[in-house]
Ligand binder design. Structure first.
Ligand code: NFS
Ligand code: SF4
Length: 661
């Protein structure tokens, strides 16, 4: 209720300091006028707990909770005698388990749909991309020649189910891991079995009094995270491509300016594409369109937010209203007639805002209800029941709109939908699709390396700022950037997904972009689509000339504004795959501890990747570029180059981004 979210006595939010997103700034000003609060306000009012931020506390049993000192990490132990390394590594392991569970359960849902489609029990979805089905089946050793699609699909389901349920043995997609990388995993004992087994084992090992050696716990972190990256997330991506189509470049709009006052605005916010796909069918149903017209609307305007939004943006060009830190402020526009959410990253704070502005908010997934919010269950066997109902409720709200509507007029057009397959075609041409041109351009130095910039936005840092500045700095230094999730949306809003943004790139990268006609920043989709980055890395190794394992590649990753436990799982699977991965905001370790040193240094010595940390985007870019150069040096392809550091004049020049192409 509006009364409950009144924000009168609290100090004023320094709006320009908390976000660089123009639409979000405008809506925060409106929120102040309307007397409502958002996560930005709550973050400003509630300081993060310093002991928790350092992961120096444990509540795994009732002899505690125990708080160790962040300042003197080895000065104290828990009641059971647990050291800081035990406590921090156990906490970290549980973050990995939760993040991996979120991705793998999402992948399992996709696989459930696939099984029912193949069995003919779900008729609203079909196998849309048979070519992809064949490729995925062949990649896990399933015979395809002369066989029916259905037969192959049944085998593929059974094979991929092992990703989750297998008690012993390696998960199916290890067939895609470069042999040297896989050899390293085997040597270290971190090749995942089924995700269920790995997650169960983490929860067991982090119970009071079980695994009390941080090095041993960290191995299980890697193994579980790998069951996410090369397991659950990869299944989610591949099955979604098979069912809904493999993305290829598509022009689409991003930002709150995609809302339209004259239409019924419906936002889908969440992570699983199945509900979104059904919603696309609903808003294109002539009967529902008629109903909308009867209510006085010019049409049904469907938009995405967060990851399922990023996924359908990439796959179908559905417009995207904003990333994680804009999900509340978009309601402040008053223009959202309905918002349907499913799982993950749905702030409970949406509920009072929706009530205040009269937006119909619906939960749809049996796993995720919100107290006081209406639930319309989405059932894959008759998906339209749920999505048609949401559309009808949205039309009702449109008809009875009472809230004052203010839509920020910001909208950025850009190209999205660069699947790992498409990167092949784009660089190599349809008839000689391969990663050879990418590798060649890396070897000849036009492209210095590749960086994955991914992850959330977080009210503890200025929204979008770290993502955007980091990516600009990277491309200026000839580093090709691939993106997913909320980070992709930050850069899309800043106009970097346009091919002509290659003017911001260094000479070498600019030349490649202009020849191919691609932007220097490639949007790959949602967070589970980080698996596309793993596959691209594996392809680069396979193509040759850049070393024998993923750890040899001149690549780096970053989660500059992360907040979710999923980001921790993603970070750990990139590190375990051999990639240097830098986190921003904060990191749940104390720098002087043995556990911290293992993650930030020791793992690399074992032949894996390692973690890095920097809050400042330029410092973060420097860490990544230095790492890329170190790898180039080791490969003997360094040539003569220096890192171009941006001065203030350069930074000012970059403020102006061309908005048409
Ligand atoms: Ni990824 Fe997607 Fe966004 Fe972060 Fe949340 S929506 S799965 S976790 S906040 S990038
Ligand atoms: Fe304290 Fe040990 Fe119990 Fe954790 S497990 S709460 S450190 S006694």
């Amino acid at each position: 209720m509006a009364e409950e979210v009144k924000n009168e006595k609290k100090k004023e939010l320094p709006i320009a300091q908390v976000t660089t997103c123009k639409s979000t700034q405008q809506m925060l000003r409106k929120a102040a006028e309307d007397g409502v609060e958002t996560a930005f306000h709550r973050a400003a009012d509630m300081k993060a707990c310093p002991i928790g931020a350092d992961s120096a506390c444990c509540k795994h049993c009732s002899m505690g909770p125990c708080r160790l000192s962040s300042k003197d990490a080895y000065g104290k132990v828990g009641v059971c005698g647990a050291t800081i390394d035990t406590i921090a590594s156990r906490n970290f392991a549980r973050m990995v388990a939760s993040g991996a569970a979120a991705h793998t359960d999402h992948g399992m849902s996709m696989l459930d749909v696939f099984r029912e489609v193949v069995a003919g029990k779900i008729k609203d979805y079909q196998i849309k991309d048979e070519q992809k089905l064949l490729e995925v089946a062949e990649s896990v050793g399933i015979e395809t020649a002369g066989r029916e699609i259905k037969e192959i699909a049944v085998d593929l389901y059974e094979e991929l189910e092992r990703t989750y349920t297998q008690v012993e043995g390696e998960i199916p997609f290890v067939t895609r891991v470069p042999p040297k990388t896989l050899e390293k995993w085997r040597e270290l004992g971190i090749v995942p079995r089924g995700a269920m087994r790995e997650i169960m084992e983490i929860m067991h090992r982090t119970h009071m009094g079980v695994d009390q050696d941080y090095e041993n716990t960290t191995k299980q972190c890697s193994r579980t995270a790998l069951s996410d990256g090369w397991g659950g997330s990869m299944v989610a991506t591949e099955i979604s491509d098979i069912l809904f189509g493999t993305p290829s470049p598509v022009l689409a709009g991003v930002d709150m300016g995609c809302l339209d006052e004259k239409q019924v605005n419906i936002i889908v916010h969440g992570h699983e594409p199945n509900m979104f796909e059904s919603m696309i069918a609903s808003v294109n149903d002539p009967k529902l369109l008629k109903e909308a017209e009867k209510a006085g609307a010019e049409g049904l305007n469907l938009l995405g937010m967060c990851c399922s939004g990023a996924e359908v943006l990439s796959r179908h060009g559905v417009p995207h209203a904003g990333n994680f830190m804009s999900t509340e402020t978009v309601l402040v526009t008053g223009a959202v007639d309905a918002m349907a959410v499913d799982v993950q990253c749905i702030k409970q704070g949406l509920a009072p805002l929706a009530e205040c502005y009269g937006t119909k908010l619906f939960t749809t997934n049996p796993r995720a209800h919100i107290e006081g919010v209406d639930h319309i269950e989405f059932v894959e066997h008759h998906p339209r029941k749920c999505t048609d109902k949401v559309v009808k409720e949205a039309i009702k709200r449109f008809k009875g709109r009472k809230a004052k509507i203010v839509i920020p007029q910001n909208k950025s057009l850009g190209i999205h939908g660069f699947s790992h397959e498409y990167i092949n075609y784009m660089l190599g041409g349809t008839f000689r699709a391969s990663y050879v041109p990418l590798n060649d351009n890396i070897i000849n130095g036009r492209i210095r390396g590749v960086a994955g910039v991914v992850g959330c936005t977080n009210p503890r840092v200025r929204q979008d700022y770290v993502h955007v500045e980091l990516v600009k700095e990277l491309i200026k230094n000839d580093v090709l950037v691939v993106q997913t999730g909320c980070s992709q949306i930050s850069l899309a809003k800043a106009g970097l997904m346009k091919p002509d943004s290659s003017v911001l790139a260094g000479d070498g990268l600019q030349e490649v972009c202009e020849t191919v006609g691609m932007p220097p920043v490639l949007g790959l989709g949602s967070c589970v689509d980080n698996s596309r980055i793993l596959i691209a890395c594996a392809e680069m190794v396979k193509t040759g000339g850049l070393g024998e394992s993923i750890a040899d590649l001149p690549v780096a990753g970053a989660a500059p504004e992360w907040m979710s436990e999923k980001a921790i799982s993603i970070g750990q699977y990139f590190v375990a795959s051999g990639v240097f991965t830098v986190f921003g905001v904060t990191f749940p370790t104390i720098a002087e501890t043995k556990f911290h040193k293992l993650l930030f240094d020791g793992l690399e010595r074992q032949g894996l990747g390692k973690l890095g940390f920097a809050k400042d985007p330029y410092e973060m870019a420097a860490l990544m570029i230095d790492h890329i150069d170190k790898k180039r040096e080791a490969l003997g392809i360094m040539g003569e180059r220096e890192r171009v550091l941006m001065d203030m004049a350069d930074r000012r020049d970059l403020e102006v981004i061309p908005d048409s192409f």
